[in-house]
Design a protein around this ligand. Structure first.
Ligand code: R5P
Length: 235
C-alpha cells in the first residue's frame, strides 16, 4: 500500500467515526487532511451531513471552499466538536510534532477549541520516541526580528541545532500564514526530554509565538498501515 493510500484509509476511518451531523469541525493542514476533506465532502453529498468547517491554515481554507463545505471561524464557533489533523510524528505518549508544513500556530489554536483532537497519519509517523522517525526537528514559530536571539537561547537551554527554515520557491526564509519565521530545532536525540516542560520553557522565551510540540492534546490517532489496516492509539 502506498503512503497516500495509507493516509486515505486513516482519514476516512477517523472522519466516519468522529464526525456527526450538525457539528463544528476543525480542519487541519497538510497532505493527509486532504483525504479527510474529500470524505467530508462525500458524506455531505451522500448522506446530507451538516458540518461547519473551521480551517487551521490558508491551505485548509482553500480545501473547504473548493469542496463546497461550509466555512466557519472561531468568532462564530469558539467551541468545536472535533478537530481532525495530521502530524509529523506521534510518540508512545501521544506527544506530537506538528508544523512540518509550517501551520502549527493556527492548528494549535483550533485544536485547543475542540473537544477532541483526532490525528490521522500514515505508518511512518508512528514512533516510540520523538525524533525516531521524523528527522526535521521540532518546528518553532518565531517573530522574525527575534530569530537569532531565540536560536541562541534555545541552544543554550537544551542543546541541539536550530535551522531557520528556508522557502522553496522564493529566495529567503519561509514565512508562515501569520507572517512569522520557523526555526526547526534538531534536538539532541540522546536527551530524555520531558516535553511538557520543554514546551512550557520554549513558550516563555520572548518572541516565540508557538511550538510544534502538541502535548496532552490529542485524543486518538489513526495510522494507515502498509498492510491496509488502520492502527489506532489512545493515551
Ligand atoms: O504544518 C503542517 C501540519 O502540522 C501537518 O499537519 C503536518 O505537517 C502533517 O502533514 P502531512 O499530513 O502532510 O504529513
Amino acid at each position: 500500500m502506498s503512503l497516500n493510500e495509507a493516509k486515505k484509509i486513516a482519514a476516512y476511518r477517523a472522519v466516519d467515526e468522529w464526525v456527526k451531523t450538525k457539528t463544528a469541525v476543525g480542519i487541519g493542514s497538510g497532505s493527509t487532511v486532504v483525504f479527510a476533506v474529500d470524505r467530508l465532502a462525500e458524506r455531505v453529498k451522500q448522506e446530507g451531513l451538516e458540518v461547519v468547517c473551521v480551517p487551521t491554515s490558508f491551505q485548509a481554507r482553500q480545501l473547504i471552499v473548493e469542496n463546497n463545505l461550509v466555512l466557519g471561524d472561531l468568532d462564530r464557533y469558539p467551541k468545536l466538536d472535533v478537530a481532525i489533523d495530521g502530524a509529523d510524528e506521534v510518540d508512545k505518549d501521544m506527544v506530537l510534532i506538528k508544523g512540518g508544513g509550517g501551520c502549527l500556530l493556527q492548528e494549535k489554536i483550533v485544536a485547543s477549541c475542540a473537544e477532541k483532537l483526532i490525528i490521522i497519519a500514515d505508518y511512518t509517523k508512528n514512533s516510540q520516541k520523538l525524533g525516531e522517525q521524523y528527522k526535521k526537528g521540532v518546528p518553532i514559530e518565531v517573530v522574525p526580528m527575534a530569530y537569532v536571539p531565540i536560536r541562541e537561547k534555545i541552544q543554550q537551554l537544551f542543546g541541539g541545532e536550530l535551522k531557520l527554515r528556508m522557502a522553496v520557491a522564493k529566495a529567503g526564509p519561509c514565512v508562515t500564514d501569520n507572517g512569522n519565521f520557523i526555526l526547526d530545532w534538531h534536538f539532541p536525540q540522546s536527551a530524555d526530554f520531558n516535553w511538557t516542560e520543554v514546551n512550557r520553557d520554549l513558550l516563555l522565551i520572548p518572541g516565540v509565538v508557538e511550538t510544534g510540540l502538541f502535548v496532552n492534546m490529542a485524543t486518538k490517532a489513526y495510522f494507515g498501515m502498509a498492510d491496509g489496516s488502520v492502527k489506532t492509539q489512545e493515551k
